[in-house]
Design a protein around this ligand. Structure first.
Ligand code: FE
Ligand code: FE
Ligand code: ZN
Length: 260
């Protein structure tokens, strides 16, 4: 992963901790960890983002699914300590009809179970598009999760540009307004990373379909404003655009040229 990142001139990256659809994670070889840490240091990598599997749902109505979420989350956080001080991002969850309040209670409940004062990882709540019964499409919902979590200093937020646009935050027409609202409700100091994606879907559609940079409804101009915004420009930007390595390489080169 580190090598691939270098090849495409990235200085951060995101990876799934296991199959995105769930399942067991591979054992970690300590030699690989040491090699990676060395490479990251030599090339001035900033924090990277580990992504939890999509199937991790702390507020499912199925006890087995909630148990799976707890098992994976706990296991991933333990493994993250081999690479201290990075980010673990997860989709807060889908309440599947139990209601937003109940969902938030269950999400915070899991966080209260597994966060420990000694961990060095910051756990990121991802802003969601609001498809189905997804929690986290409104800044207020993320605020409530944070408020209900005892060790909330371990929590941050990852803002996904495709998701917030689909959720009805107009980062194209009023980026400053959206960031002010984020600051007012959550606090910009919680914002730790950006998922930089264009969107295939219209504004406020509550749909989650990523598009290549510059080919979607957000568009290149707005994306360039985002990466250069004084309140955002120092954050790690992660591309989740539908590409292979060569496509990401082109996007990184395009964005680096536009980065003032
Ligand atoms: Fe995600
Ligand atoms: Fe994302
Ligand atoms: Zn998405």
């Amino acid at each position: 992963m580190g090598q691939d990142a270098l090849k495409i001139k990235a200085n951060t990256f995101q990876f799934f901790t296991r199959n995105p659809q769930g399942g067991r994670a591979k054992d970690i070889n300590p030699d690989d960890v040491a090699k990676f840490l060395q490479l990251a240091k030599e090339n001035n990598f900033v924090q990277f983002v580990a992504h939890a599997p999509y199937t991790l749902n702390p507020c499912s109505d199925n006890p087995a699914t909630r148990e799976f979420a707890e098992m994976v989350f706990k296991d991933d956080l333990e493994r993250m300590e081999m690479l201290p001080g990075n980010y673990y991002n997860f989709h807060p969850g889908s309440h599947v009809g139990q209601g937003v309040e109940q969902g938030i209670t269950m999400i915070a409940g899991l966080l209260n179970k597994i966060l420990k004062p000694e961990i060095s990882t910051i756990v990121l709540l991802e802003t969601m598009s609001g498809k189905g019964s997804e929690i986290g499409s409104q800044f207020e919902e993320l605020r409530q999760i944070i408020d209900n979590t005892q060790l909330s200093d371990k929590l941050g937020v990852c803002l996904d540009t495709c998701h917030v646009y689909s959720a009805g935050y107009d980062i194209v027409g009023d980026l400053d307004g959206v960031l002010n609202e984020f600051d007012k409700i959550i606090g910009l100091e919680r914002l730790k990373a950006i998922h930089l994606n264009d969107s295939k879907m219209p504004f406020a559609s509550r749909k989650d379909r990523h598009e290549k940079i510059g080919y979607g409804t957000i568009g290149l101009e707005a994306i360039i404003q985002i990466i250069n915004h004084p309140k955002l420009k120092k954050l790690p930007f992660i591309l989740e655009t539908p590409n292979e390595l060569s496509g990401w390489k082109e996007e990184i080169s395009l964005l680096q040229k536009a980065f003032a």
